[in-house]
Design a protein around this ligand. Sequence first.
Ligand code: P6P
Length: 333
Amino acid sequence: MKSVTLGEFIIEKQYDFKYATGELSSILSSIRLASKIVHHELNKAGLAEHILGAVGTENIQGEEQQKLDLYANDVFIKALKNREIVCGITSEEDDDFVAFDGESMNGNYVVAMDPLDGSSNIDVNVSVGTIFSVYRRISPAGTPVVLEDFLQPGTEQVAGGYVLYGSSTMLIYTTGNGTNGFTYDSSLGTFYLSHPDMQTSKDGKIFSMNEGNYNRTSQGLRNYIDYTKGIDKATNRPYTARYIGSLVADFHRNLLKGGVYVYPSTDESPKGKLRLLYECNPLAFIIEQAGGKATDGEKRIMELKPTELHQRVPFIVGSSNMVDTIHEFIKEN
Ligand code: P6P
């Protein structure tokens, strides 16, 4: 099979996109470039003194910022600003949105991103990821980007995806015409199409949740967790418990093998832990394009109207029948 590069694929598919002006292709190329740079830095993190560990600051979430968090944030912002097509970004690492000035103010797009999700795992060599979401701006081109440009429901995304820096580095994205996965060949510096038109199974037997929250979540969810441990061949139970503690890695495994990831509201995080704009919405876009589902336990994630940049929501994502079953348990209590 001829290996299609990510660059070739972006160009080839750009005409599937209703605003086929090449601008979205350029944004995806920026993300491709930035992910290569982060890949190379991550791969030597253990050797480079200056790059490991915390910087002694916290982000708006109150999470300790790792040196690589800020490095990745900087790399992606520079790459996105460079093409003067994006007029602003919101990032997990920045309290407020970043408005680009100069020619970039004419840009028609905004990006929401988690530049390095799961970064607390870097020091223990566990996979981490970048998650991104692209929207067309609402405010007029030529003016500074405004908050409303970022507070759009996930159904308005023009692209969503993630980069997984794992045993291999992969970039998975969608523009609403299917979900496709690309694997990075670092010897050539090129991403190649390795997972065309990804589809997740309607059912699965992998359950991903931090069960340390068992006694801090709802009775309905506790009943579901108990259900996953039941012994019943007809319903493929007991399920397999798999929780890496790195969202992109857990999500990616479940996308490929079937399964469900749950981060519910807990006593400690009543609105859940994961952020709507730059974690839940892009992954919801990906999973829906692959035939799966993403909800907050009741409503479709992509239909939620954001009210703030770093808004947290409960997140249930994966095989559609498994998501439906969880909803039934939640409704019963
Ligand atoms: P907990 C990482 O901080 C993250 O945002 C996700 O990548 C991961 O799935 C989750 O938090 C882990 O959270 O509370 O289980 O440690």
